[in-house]
Design a protein around this ligand. Structure first.
Ligand code: E4P
Length: 220
Protein backbone atom coordinates (compact mmCIF):
# COMPACT_ATOMS: atom_id res chain seq x y z
CA UNK A 1 0.00 0.00 0.00
CA UNK A 2 1.32 3.44 -0.92
CA UNK A 3 1.35 6.32 1.55
CA UNK A 4 0.72 9.85 0.32
CA UNK A 5 0.61 12.86 2.66
CA UNK A 6 -2.29 15.28 2.34
CA UNK A 7 -0.66 18.65 2.94
CA UNK A 8 1.24 21.58 1.40
CA UNK A 9 3.35 22.06 4.52
CA UNK A 10 6.83 21.74 3.02
CA UNK A 11 8.60 21.33 6.38
CA UNK A 12 6.25 18.45 7.32
CA UNK A 13 6.69 16.84 3.89
CA UNK A 14 10.47 17.10 4.13
CA UNK A 15 10.49 15.61 7.63
CA UNK A 16 8.09 12.75 6.84
CA UNK A 17 9.78 12.02 3.49
CA UNK A 18 13.08 11.55 5.35
CA UNK A 19 11.58 8.39 6.92
CA UNK A 20 11.46 6.83 3.44
CA UNK A 21 7.77 6.04 3.97
CA UNK A 22 6.19 8.74 1.78
CA UNK A 23 5.28 7.74 -1.79
CA UNK A 24 3.50 10.93 -2.87
CA UNK A 25 1.62 14.05 -1.86
CA UNK A 26 -1.91 15.34 -2.39
CA UNK A 27 -3.09 18.93 -2.19
CA UNK A 28 -6.40 20.60 -2.92
CA UNK A 29 -7.44 24.27 -3.35
CA UNK A 30 -8.35 24.57 0.36
CA UNK A 31 -4.95 23.21 1.46
CA UNK A 32 -3.13 25.59 -0.92
CA UNK A 33 -5.20 28.59 0.20
CA UNK A 34 -4.55 27.70 3.87
CA UNK A 35 -0.78 27.50 3.23
CA UNK A 36 -0.76 31.11 2.00
CA UNK A 37 1.94 30.07 -0.52
CA UNK A 38 2.12 30.58 -4.28
CA UNK A 39 0.50 27.52 -5.91
CA UNK A 40 3.15 27.01 -8.61
CA UNK A 41 6.10 27.59 -6.27
CA UNK A 42 4.87 25.22 -3.58
CA UNK A 43 3.98 22.42 -6.03
CA UNK A 44 7.44 22.76 -7.65
CA UNK A 45 9.10 22.59 -4.24
CA UNK A 46 7.10 19.52 -3.19
CA UNK A 47 7.89 17.82 -6.53
CA UNK A 48 11.58 18.30 -5.76
CA UNK A 49 11.27 16.66 -2.35
CA UNK A 50 9.12 13.66 -3.33
CA UNK A 51 9.76 11.43 -6.35
CA UNK A 52 6.20 10.06 -6.48
CA UNK A 53 2.99 11.72 -7.69
CA UNK A 54 2.12 15.18 -6.37
CA UNK A 55 -1.53 16.10 -6.90
CA UNK A 56 -2.28 19.66 -8.01
CA UNK A 57 -5.93 20.51 -8.58
CA UNK A 58 -7.49 22.57 -11.37
CA UNK A 59 -9.77 25.43 -10.33
CA UNK A 60 -11.96 25.77 -13.42
CA UNK A 61 -15.22 23.86 -13.89
CA UNK A 62 -15.54 23.84 -17.70
CA UNK A 63 -13.64 21.32 -19.82
CA UNK A 64 -11.73 23.78 -22.01
CA UNK A 65 -10.34 25.84 -19.14
CA UNK A 66 -9.73 22.76 -16.98
CA UNK A 67 -7.68 21.25 -19.79
CA UNK A 68 -5.57 24.40 -20.18
CA UNK A 69 -5.04 24.56 -16.41
CA UNK A 70 -4.20 20.85 -16.26
CA UNK A 71 -1.67 21.15 -19.08
CA UNK A 72 -0.06 24.12 -17.33
CA UNK A 73 0.10 22.28 -14.00
CA UNK A 74 1.59 19.19 -15.68
CA UNK A 75 4.46 21.34 -16.94
CA UNK A 76 5.62 22.14 -13.39
CA UNK A 77 7.32 18.74 -13.04
CA UNK A 78 7.09 15.25 -14.47
CA UNK A 79 5.63 13.87 -11.22
CA UNK A 80 2.61 16.21 -11.10
CA UNK A 81 -0.72 14.38 -11.06
CA UNK A 82 -3.43 16.74 -12.26
CA UNK A 83 -6.45 16.61 -9.98
CA UNK A 84 -9.89 17.09 -11.53
CA UNK A 85 -13.30 16.93 -9.88
CA UNK A 86 -15.68 14.07 -10.58
CA UNK A 87 -17.99 15.96 -12.95
CA UNK A 88 -18.76 15.36 -16.65
CA UNK A 89 -16.29 18.12 -17.60
CA UNK A 90 -13.73 16.78 -15.12
CA UNK A 91 -13.89 13.28 -16.60
CA UNK A 92 -13.74 14.64 -20.14
CA UNK A 93 -10.56 16.45 -19.10
CA UNK A 94 -9.27 13.32 -17.39
CA UNK A 95 -9.63 11.32 -20.60
CA UNK A 96 -7.73 13.86 -22.71
CA UNK A 97 -4.92 14.31 -20.17
CA UNK A 98 -4.61 10.56 -19.51
CA UNK A 99 -4.49 9.79 -23.26
CA UNK A 100 -1.63 12.33 -23.49
CA UNK A 101 0.30 10.48 -20.76
CA UNK A 102 -0.40 12.83 -17.85
CA UNK A 103 -1.22 11.30 -14.46
CA UNK A 104 -4.72 12.28 -13.32
CA UNK A 105 -6.31 12.05 -9.88
CA UNK A 106 -10.12 12.22 -10.03
CA UNK A 107 -11.25 13.75 -6.77
CA UNK A 108 -14.48 14.22 -4.80
CA UNK A 109 -15.72 10.66 -5.44
CA UNK A 110 -18.63 9.67 -3.21
CA UNK A 111 -20.18 6.65 -4.97
CA UNK A 112 -19.21 3.40 -6.69
CA UNK A 113 -20.96 4.58 -9.87
CA UNK A 114 -18.71 7.65 -9.96
CA UNK A 115 -15.65 5.43 -9.44
CA UNK A 116 -16.64 3.27 -12.44
CA UNK A 117 -16.81 6.40 -14.60
CA UNK A 118 -13.37 7.57 -13.37
CA UNK A 119 -11.85 4.20 -14.32
CA UNK A 120 -13.47 4.34 -17.76
CA UNK A 121 -12.03 7.85 -18.21
CA UNK A 122 -8.54 6.39 -17.65
CA UNK A 123 -7.84 8.05 -14.29
CA UNK A 124 -4.53 7.12 -12.67
CA UNK A 125 -6.18 7.54 -9.26
CA UNK A 126 -9.72 7.90 -7.97
CA UNK A 127 -10.12 9.61 -4.60
CA UNK A 128 -13.16 8.50 -2.55
CA UNK A 129 -13.54 10.75 0.52
CA UNK A 130 -14.22 8.44 3.49
CA UNK A 131 -14.20 11.01 6.31
CA UNK A 132 -16.70 13.30 4.63
CA UNK A 133 -19.06 10.31 4.12
CA UNK A 134 -18.66 9.29 7.77
CA UNK A 135 -19.44 12.93 8.70
CA UNK A 136 -22.92 12.55 7.18
CA UNK A 137 -23.43 9.11 8.78
CA UNK A 138 -22.68 7.15 5.59
CA UNK A 139 -20.24 4.24 5.43
CA UNK A 140 -16.97 5.64 4.04
CA UNK A 141 -15.00 2.41 4.31
CA UNK A 142 -17.94 0.47 2.85
CA UNK A 143 -17.51 2.56 -0.31
CA UNK A 144 -13.80 1.64 -0.50
CA UNK A 145 -14.71 -2.05 -0.26
CA UNK A 146 -17.33 -1.64 -2.99
CA UNK A 147 -14.95 0.15 -5.39
CA UNK A 148 -12.07 -2.30 -4.81
CA UNK A 149 -14.41 -5.25 -5.49
CA UNK A 150 -15.71 -3.67 -8.71
CA UNK A 151 -12.24 -2.72 -10.00
CA UNK A 152 -10.96 -6.26 -9.32
CA UNK A 153 -13.65 -7.60 -11.69
CA UNK A 154 -12.13 -5.82 -14.71
CA UNK A 155 -8.54 -6.20 -15.88
CA UNK A 156 -8.95 -3.12 -18.06
CA UNK A 157 -9.60 -0.91 -15.00
CA UNK A 158 -6.10 0.23 -14.06
CA UNK A 159 -7.18 3.12 -11.83
CA UNK A 160 -5.73 2.99 -8.32
CA UNK A 161 -8.04 3.51 -5.35
CA UNK A 162 -6.62 6.43 -3.34
CA UNK A 163 -8.43 6.62 -0.02
CA UNK A 164 -8.85 10.32 0.87
CA UNK A 165 -10.37 12.40 3.66
CA UNK A 166 -8.75 10.10 6.22
CA UNK A 167 -9.34 11.13 9.83
CA UNK A 168 -7.68 8.41 11.92
CA UNK A 169 -5.22 5.48 11.92
CA UNK A 170 -8.26 3.14 11.79
CA UNK A 171 -9.11 4.44 8.32
CA UNK A 172 -5.57 3.48 7.24
CA UNK A 173 -5.74 0.02 8.81
CA UNK A 174 -9.17 -0.69 7.30
CA UNK A 175 -7.94 0.52 3.88
CA UNK A 176 -5.08 -1.97 4.12
CA UNK A 177 -7.44 -4.77 5.17
CA UNK A 178 -9.57 -4.08 2.11
CA UNK A 179 -6.51 -3.85 -0.14
CA UNK A 180 -6.82 -0.23 -1.31
CA UNK A 181 -3.84 0.88 -3.40
CA UNK A 182 -3.08 4.22 -1.72
CA UNK A 183 -4.00 6.21 1.38
CA UNK A 184 -3.47 9.95 1.62
CA UNK A 185 -3.06 10.94 5.24
CA UNK A 186 -2.75 14.20 7.13
CA UNK A 187 0.74 14.37 8.74
CA UNK A 188 -0.82 14.07 12.22
CA UNK A 189 -2.40 10.70 11.31
CA UNK A 190 0.87 9.39 9.87
CA UNK A 191 2.63 10.37 13.11
CA UNK A 192 -0.12 8.67 15.16
CA UNK A 193 0.50 5.41 13.27
CA UNK A 194 4.00 5.17 14.79
CA UNK A 195 2.71 5.41 18.34
CA UNK A 196 1.87 2.72 20.88
CA UNK A 197 2.13 3.15 24.68
CA UNK A 198 3.76 -0.31 25.01
CA UNK A 199 6.44 0.73 22.51
CA UNK A 200 7.20 3.81 24.66
CA UNK A 201 7.25 1.97 28.00
CA UNK A 202 9.14 -1.01 26.54
CA UNK A 203 11.83 1.25 25.11
CA UNK A 204 12.14 3.15 28.37
CA UNK A 205 12.72 -0.13 30.27
CA UNK A 206 15.24 -1.43 27.70
CA UNK A 207 17.21 1.83 27.82
CA UNK A 208 17.25 1.91 31.62
CA UNK A 209 18.45 -1.75 31.84
CA UNK A 210 21.07 -1.10 29.17
CA UNK A 211 22.38 1.94 31.02
CA UNK A 212 22.71 -0.29 34.13
CA UNK A 213 24.89 -2.75 32.19
CA UNK A 214 27.55 -0.06 31.81
CA UNK A 215 28.17 -1.09 28.19
CA UNK A 216 28.24 1.01 25.01
CA UNK A 217 27.77 -0.28 21.46
CA UNK A 218 29.89 2.42 19.80
CA UNK A 219 32.05 3.19 22.78
CA UNK A 220 34.97 0.76 22.45
C1 E4P B 1 -7.56 14.40 -0.85
O1 E4P B 1 -6.98 14.49 -1.91
C2 E4P B 1 -8.21 15.55 -0.21
O2 E4P B 1 -7.33 16.65 -0.34
C3 E4P B 1 -8.41 15.36 1.27
O3 E4P B 1 -8.11 14.05 1.68
C4 E4P B 1 -9.70 15.90 1.78
O4 E4P B 1 -9.75 15.70 3.16
P1 E4P B 1 -10.79 16.46 4.12
O5 E4P B 1 -12.14 15.85 3.93
O6 E4P B 1 -10.27 16.20 5.50
O7 E4P B 1 -10.75 17.91 3.72
Amino acid sequence: MKFFVDTADVAEIRDLASTGLVDGVTTNPSIIAKSGLNFFDVIAEICDIVDGPVSAEVAATDHETMLKEGQKLAQIASNVAVKVPLTPDGLKTCKVLSDAGTQVNVTLCFSAGQAILAAKAGATFVSPFVGRLDDISRDGMGLIEEICTIYANYETFETEVLVASIRSPNHVIESAQIGADVVTVPPSVLRQLFKHPLTDSGLEAFLSDWAGSGQSILGS
